[in-house]
Design a protein around this ligand. Structure first.
Ligand code: PLP
Length: 430
């Protein structure tokens, strides 16, 4: 139960009713705000860079639909596209023209994706891509990196980040030990560990699953040569390389992290931005691999609502608005935010380290940016919780966990960023 409040507001009433309905009062763990020790917000409206709670209080939003909101909330083009699609019916149960349109837009932007399949979530996309990798190689094991989050399928929920990083769930209860044993977990950015894992298990590894920029234990940039080493080592051993670009796809430019770093993965998973805030996921890659998916091949995977026309419409309108000029402006805005936060912390004599890759940013309360999950997790959580609260009280909504990326959108202008920096100067001083 929530603590008794002096005055019942609409938000607190809804939060109490939610507590009685949903585990922890939420339908996804991080929304409970437990890592920051505040009452969870009930948000009922978003427009551009802002969200409003159920009491009408406005915040500058850095949760950004957990990365799905690249254009900001309720972008007119997206609202219009979804409305138009809705008038033609929702789930028609056969191939829809909008599926073809979004699929082609994705393939144009990411040439490693020769064929793809839409799902309803990123979790399903990664789970299905791993099944495909196992079928294609005839091998059982997968390699992932500590702190990386690839959705909540059993085999990937081993030393995972995101909500798992703060919920103290060791992997997760309910994951069979036999499943977890098929997942090898390595430290991110550790080239020698990759070499050693392949020396030990090379013949059994179906795929390496990697976030090309780790963004679920705070932002961790790949060190020079790390991604190349993963690609070369996996290829030499006959294993597949799966880039999980559910966050980075269309965020670090239209070609995703694979274009930014010049790496050609065998398989890619997408989600979040490609649905413009509607439920979505996708996996794709080499045509010879994707031809193994049913009904073309023997790997079964399906979805009643896959390729949903409203998600397709929102995705098409979103990708169409992601012009090179807008990516350029976003980069400038993100750099302005990073430098301003550095200056605000320095002005108050606070020791922080900011990790930023494009519009993904984390303020770590530790002396240097982390290179792996263990370093990230050693940052000062209590200091982040205080900072979060001080910012919230000033109308700035940061992610309610020290280990989630701040998601800047293309709707954030200098006005919102300056308001954020003004709040940060006061919050760091407090
Ligand atoms: C969010 C996320 C997922 C899971 O996507 P859902 O749509 O939440 O199931 C998978 N991989 C990465 C890298 C993510 O950030």
């Amino acid at each position: 139960m929530t603590a008794p409040t002096v005055r019942t507001t609409r938000s607190s009433d809804l939060a109490t009713r939610a507590e009685a309905l949903f585990p922890g009062g939420v339908n996804s763990p991080v929304r409970a705000f437990r890592a920051v020790g505040r009452a969870p917000l009930v948000l009922q409206r978003g427009e551009g860079p802002h969200v409003w709670d159920a009491d009408g209080r406005r915040y500058v939003d850095y949760i950004g639909g957990w990365g799905s909101g690249m254009l900001g909330h309720a972008h007119p083009d997206v609202v219009e596209a979804v409305g138009r699609a809705a008038r033609n019916g929702f789930a028609l149960g056969a191939t829809h023209p909008l599926e073809v349109e979004l699929g082609e837009a994705i393939r144009r932007a990411m040439p490693s994706i020769e064929r793809l399949r839409f799902t309803s979530s990123g979790t399903e996309a990664v789970m299905s891509a791993v099944r495909l990798a196992r079928a294609a190689t005839g091998r059982d094991m997968i390699v992932k990196f500590a702190g990386a989050y690839h959705g909540h399928a059993d085999g990937l929920l081993v030393e995972a980040g995101s909500g798992v990083a703060t919920q103290a769930i060791p992997g997760s209860a309910g994951v069979p030990a036999a499943t977890a044993r098929l997942t090898v977990v390595l430290p991110y950015n550790d080239l020698a560990a990759v070499t050693a894992a392949f020396a030990a298990h090379g013949e059994r590894i179906a795929a390496v699953v990697v976030e090309p920029v780790a963004a679920n234990v705070g932002v961790i940039a790949p060190q020079p040569r790390f991604l190349e080493h993963v690609r070369d080592t996996s290829r030499a051993a006959g294993a597949l390389l799966l880039f999980d670009e559910v966050i980075t796809g269309f965020r670090l430019g239209a070609g995703g992290a694979q274009a930014r770093f010049g790496i050609h993965p065998d398989l890619t998973t997408l989600g979040k931005i490609i649905g413009g805030g509607m439920p979505i996921g996708a996996y794709g890659g080499r045509a010879d691999l994707m031809e193994l998916v049913a009904p073309a091949g023997p790997v079964y995977q399906a979805g009643t609502l896959s390729g949903h026309p409203l998600s397709m419409a929102a995705g098409i309108a979103t990708l169409a608005a992601l012009t090179p000029e807008r990516y350029g402006r976003l980069e400038v805005a993100a750099e302005h935010l990073e430098l301003g936060l550095q200056a605000a912390a320095a002005g108050a004599n606070r020791q922080i380290a900011i990790a930023r890759v494009g519009s993904l940013l984390t303020v770590f309360f530790r002396p240097s940016v982390p290179h792996n999950a263990a370093e990230a997790l050693s940052s000062d959580r209590a200091a982040y919780a205080r900072f979060f609260g001080a910012m919230l009280d000033r109308g700035i909504l940061l992610p309610p966990s020290p280990f989630e990326a701040w998601f800047l959108s293309m709707a954030h202008t200098g006005v919102e960023i300056d308001a954020t920096l003004e709040a940060a100067r006061a919050a760091f001083a407090a």
